[in-house]
Design a protein around this ligand. Structure first.
Ligand SMILES: Cc1ncc(COP(=O)(O)O)c(C=O)c1O
Length: 366
């Protein structure tokens, strides 16, 4: 059933599509609950503004913003190629990694084609599948909220055009090792593209391996997507990148709408690569806060999934809505998945304390 419209006739696929649900802004929670001083821990953002050299590079680029940017982001590709030690033909740049994910759908998914992904996972996967009139084939998570790769392997058929693996997974935070992924890839035809969505790469345990080093050279059907949004704190600037076989990159490049990666995003991306060491210190702070938050919750009796990203996941089941709302009324905005759990972004020490105290208070009232 499609809705009746008085203006225009949207494609049925769009009519039926769930709208992407961004995290609630702190100001919105303040208006809804008549409170002040709300904090947003709902979108896995970096709590700190970009480092000054990124801000300066973006501001400098703004001075020439009367000109179109380089559509291919050539300078960023070249910088990524040397940074990641891959051929320049193996990298591309997109408008955030969601931009690249959408390009992958545009490149590979025709109506009726199957897209396999474990669920629950990143919320744009069902949205993009629907947008292309593809068929979503999902596999359940394990009891530990991790991916069941045997189930994924069993779900892949010759109709599967894309397999999507977010590692670390949003919202559960669990991650796969490259050995586990290689095992899966050994059983998948190179006609099926396997996307390894590493938006949270910088926060995961390096012992799990690096798919760019361990998988891309061995499996021509692997695409690794990454972003400058999270660890580098550039979510509002929109720059992401992908690494894959040159043939895959060439196809994906055809689907980039003209000048999608702004000159500001390109300048910011290069400045972020240049500042790897400085950004590394900020990542270290987030990881140490993550350890502290996980330890505090574990001491309080929580059994949390392995947290490999810049957030923790509280599997609250039926209590999700009540706890989420209770915390929001007290000014702590998190991300609920009704009936399943709550995802909470790791922030500054003060904001993390506020979350921990508020959670304790809300649970005590129940
Ligand atoms: C798994 C996953 N992939 C991709 C993204 C999108 O990041 P970007 O800002 O690069 O579009 C997110 C953002 O929340 C994410 O959770």
């Amino acid at each position: 059933m499609t809705a009746t419209h008085s203006v225009g006739r949207p494609r049925p696929a769009v009519d039926l599509m769930p709208a992407y649900r961004p995290g609630k802004a702190a100001s919105q929670a303040e208006a809804e609950h008549g409170i002040t001083n709300a904090i947003k821990l709902a979108s896995n953002e970096n709590p700190l503004p970009p480092i000054p050299s990124i801000v300066d590079a973006v501001a400098a680029a703004a001075r020439s913003a009367n000109r179109y940017a380089d559509h291919r982001a050539t300078a960023v590709r070249e910088r990524l190629s040397s940074w990641l030690d891959v051929a320049v033909e193996q990298v591309t740049v997109g408008a955030g990694s969601v931009g690249l994910l959408q390009q992958l759908f545009l490149t590979y998914v025709d109506p009726g084609d199957e897209v396999v992904y474990p669920w629950r996972s990143f919320e744009v996967y069902p949205v993009y599948t629907q947008l292309m009139s593809g068929v979503a084939v999902t596999t359940p998570l394990t009891a530990d909220h991790a991916f069941d790769l045997d189930a994924v392997a069993a779900a892949v058929t010759d109709r599967t055009k894309l397999v999507l693996l977010a590692t670390p997974n949003n919202p559960t935070g669990t991650a796969l090792s490259t050995d586990q992924m290689a095992n899966l890839l050994d059983g998948i035809s190179t006609e099926t593209i396997v996307v390894i969505d590493e938006a949270y790469r910088e926060f995961l345990d390096p012992a799990l391996g690096d798919p760019v080093r361990d998988l891309v050279p061995r499996y021509p059907n692997v695409v690794v997507t990454r972003t400058f949004s999270k660890a580098q704190g550039m979510a509002g600037i929109r720059a992401g990148y992908a690494i894959a076989h040159p043939e895959v990159i060439a196809s994906v490049d055809k689907t980039l709408f003209p000048f999608a990666v702004s000159a500001l995003a390109q300048a910011g991306a290069i400045a972020a690569i240049d500042a790897e060491a400085e950004i590394g210190l900020r990542i270290r702070d987030i990881l140490s806060e993550r350890s502290r938050v996980v330890a505090t919750l574990t001491d309080a009796g929580w059994k949390l999934p392995d947290a490999q990203a810049n957030f923790v996941y509280l599997p609250l089941g039926e209590r999700t809505d009540a706890v989420y709302l209770g915390m929001e009324r007290l000014g702590v905005v998190t991300r609920p998945f009704p009936g399943e759990g709550i995802r909470v972004t790791i922030s500054t020490p003060d904001e993390n304390d506020r979350f921990l105290d508020t959670l304790e208070q809300v649970l005590a009232q129940q």
